[in-house]
Design a protein around this ligand. Structure first.
Ligand code: HEC
Length: 136
């Protein structure tokens, strides 16, 4: 057997061992799935509360007054060009636009617990809708 072939077989074997080890680290069972789902739904519920008056806006306006049950939020169309922002934006940036304009309040950090909860709620309400990034 030539030397090159031995080297590539050794490389393939170490790659295989590496993948097998990584696979092992990813193991989970139904208890884990239940726990993850419960954690996810608790964040959705937090977002639901924020959306329905839980965000303390300066003018006491809340998201559901214009978007009952997250209607017309179109999360499935993001990222997309947003005229109000003059660029291609992610969903959280448009949520902040509504927080700053209709709610006349301070924008949230995009990775804040409140922003993640609002997005979890909006996406949950629109679950099953086909992704159409960029669509108007
Ligand atoms: C006074 C009415 C009003 C309130 C209150 C309001 N919005 Fe909006 N929202 C709008 C308008 C108007 C637009 C712009 C629609 C457009 O041109 O895409 C919009 C757009 C959005 C979009 C993007 C929709 C799309 O089609 O791309 C999201 C997401 C959104 N709002 C979330 C929120 C959230 C979250 C809140 C609460 C923090 C909120 N809005 C509060 C009126 C409102």
């Amino acid at each position: 057997m030539d030397k090159h072939r031995n080297i590539s077989m050794a490389a393939a074997l170490s790659l295989f061992v590496g993948l097998a080890t990584a696979g092992h680290a990813d193991e989970f069972d139904t208890e884990d799935l239940k726990r993850w789902q419960a954690e996810f739904m608790s964040v959705v519920e937090k977002g639901d509360r924020l959306f329905h008056g839980g965000l303390k806006s300066r003018n006491s306006v809340s998201c559901d007054q214009c978007h009952p049950n997250a209607t017309n939020t179109h999360p499935e169309t993001y990222p997309k060009f947003q005229q109000q922002l003059g660029k291609v934006a992610v969903l959280g940036e448009m949520i902040n636009w509504c927080i700053m304009n209709p709610l006349e309040s301070e924008p949230l950090a995009l990775d804040s617990d409140e922003m993640i909860a609002l997005q979890a709620y909006i996406h949950w309400e629109r679950r099953g809708v086909a992704l159409t990034p960029g669509k108007h």
